[in-house]
Design a protein around this ligand. Structure first.
Ligand code: NDP
Length: 493
């Protein structure tokens, strides 16, 4: 690997940064050996008779066996959802519906520790993140949309809004519980019933959510959870009893879904891939910007659709920023997701790890200069060192394609016009970041970046009241806020 002398790390850490392990306890969590499908308020054995293993990516040990739903199972779940919609949920006064959603939110808070530990074990993310970000935000989404349930008549002034019916929802593995909350909470608040399919590698917190839904005494069939792989998702998309599909995942599968629902009455929202530009101007507060770069790309191992995976640094500060960035990267602790010191946990699956490695090879073959931190990695499990590439060009594959791992591509620029041009020259348009001391520059740049969400002098800040979603190949529709409620409503003008 080539090294650039002017930007090699300057600080010598010489072991001073080692911390004593501070593992979160697993004693308080309970995982069943086997999980069935959650249909009509009960855990139900799959018609398929098949189960698959969910493993801990940090040690490759099996956590539980989970039912693999086939088309007959999906049909059962959709029928249960339809029945619950027709007979119970659509007839219930809105404020009563709201009470159930509030109850789910409170139960999630009560079981927050358990949910956080399971999320970290099943998906590999650092406990600090699942504890402080995923679980609180997931509960916040239920709280926020619970408040909307009895205010739907005021959601769009002068327009009569009605629920759509049954929503089919498919979620990815990077924020399993949070994505379940993003999907289920607005759907229920708008008066729909749902069938949710979690990702194959991370089904466990959704199944814990099913337990919470049972405890909350939600009428049977209002929420159904069918676990399985891509075929289960496809059966849900193609089911004629579905009124709306909400999908988060890859652009490739998003396009397949779009084709599948074309010509039907199904509504759909797609939250797909991204390749965000994180732009650092010379007048930015450099140390804060470096923290923002770290957060932008290494949060959740870089398994983030809005990750700041393309860094643009203005030429005058490029050397300083890259040197400080490498120094800061050397302090990142990669390892046991349950250790409270850990900054970067395990890569979610072997498949994803292989994909990241493949992209790094491509980057090197394309002539990029690769820098990886020198941290030690555990011997078992799926791990990848924080990595940055310099000397890459706009046409490099690692600049154009979503890697979904802890790999950052760094480019430089001279003028505002140049960086806007480069930032927008990409098939995606989900998110971005701008770092500058000048408010006027923030407005100029953010108004010209073609991205759904742009942070200024910060990165990766989420709030249930704030809409999130993309342009171009990053998808269509918004989640969060009022914008995330209306796709679950039929608006009669
Ligand atoms: P997918 O898009 O395949 O997975 C997302 C969800 O869709 C999962 O629940 C998946 O099931 C399901 N699914 C898969 N195939 C179909 C289908 N034909 N019809 C309906 N549902 C389907 O992403 P992957 O997990 O395969 O990840 C591949 C790449 O996608 C990643 O490397 C990353 O680049 C990108 N990605 C982007 C995300 C984002 O939010 N932008 C999120 C996840 C991935 P199952 O997982 O069980 O197979």
């Amino acid at each position: 690997m080539k090294k650039n002398k002017t930007t090699t790390p300057k600080l010598k850490f010489s072991g001073k940064w080692d911390y004593a392990a501070a593992p979160e306890s697993k004693d308080h969590i309970q995982l069943n050996e086997k999980y069935d499908l959650f249909i009509n308020g009960k855990f139900t054995a799959p018609e398929s008779g098949k189960y698959f293993e969910s493993i801990n990516p940090a040690n490759e040990k099996v956590l539980s066996k989970v039912a693999d739903a086939n088309a007959a199972d999906v049909d059962k779940a959709v029928r249960a959802a339809r029945n619950a919609y027709d007979k119970t949920w659509s007839k219930m006064p809105a404020k009563e519906r709201g009470k159930y959603i509030f109850r789910i939110a409170r139960a999630m808070q009560e079981r927050a520790r358990e949910l956080a530990v399971i999320e970290s074990m099943d998906g590999g993310k650092a406990i600090r993140e699942s504890r402080d970000v995923d679980v609180p935000l997931a509960a916040a989404h239920f709280f926020y949309y619970a408040g909307w349930a009895d205010k739907i008549d005021y959601a769009v002034p002068g327009i009569k809004a009605k629920a759509l019916g049954v929503a089919g929802q498919i979620i990815p593995w990077n924020f399993p519980l949070l994505m379940a909350a993003w999907k289920i909470a607005p759907a229920l608040a708008a008066g729909n019933t749902v069938v949710l399919k979690p990702a194959e590698t991370t089904p466990l917190t959704a199944l814990k959510l099913a337990e919470i839904i049972q405890e909350a005494d939600l009428p049977p069939g209002v929420v159904n959870i069918v676990t399985g792989a891509g075929a289960t998702g496809a059966a849900l998309v193609n089911h004629s009893g579905i009124d709306k599909i909400a999908f988060t995942g890859s652009t490739e599968v998003g396009k397949m879904i779009q084709k599948a629902v074309a010509g039907t009455n199904k509504k759909y929202t797609l939250e797909l891939g991204g390749k965000a530009a994180n732009i650092i101007f010379e007048d930015a507060a450099i140390d804060q910007a470096v923290e923002g770069i770290i957060n932008g790309i290494f949060f959740n191992q870089g398994h983030v659709c809005c990750a700041g995976s393309r860094l643009f640094v203005q030429e005058g500060v490029a050397k300083t920023v890259i040197r400080k960035l490498k120094d800061r990267m050397e302090t990142l602790i990669v390892g046991d997701p349950l250790d409270k010191n850990t900054d970067i946990g395990a890569i979610n699956s072997k498949m994803q790890l292989d994909k990241i490695k493949q992209f790094v090879k491509i980057g090197i073959n394309e002539g990029g200069e690769c820098f990886q931190t020198s941290c030690s990695l555990p011997s078992k499990g799926y791990w990848f060192r924080p990595t940055i590439f310099t000397n890459v060009s706009q046409s490099s594959r690692i600049v154009q394609e979503e890697i979904f791992g802890p790999v950052l591509a760094v480019q430089t620029f001279r003028t505002v016009e140049e960086v806007i041009e480069k930032a927008n020259n990409i098939p995606y348009g989900l998110s971005g970041g701008v770092w500058t001391d000048k408010g006027s520059k923030i407005f100029k740049v953010t108004s010209q970046l073609r991205a759904g969400v742009i942070w200024a002098n910060t990165y990766n800040k989420f709030d249930p009241t704030s809409p999130f979603g993309g342009y171009k190949e990053s998808g269509m529709g918004r989640e969060g806020g009022l914008h995330g409620l209306t796709p679950y409503l039929s608006l009669e003008y």
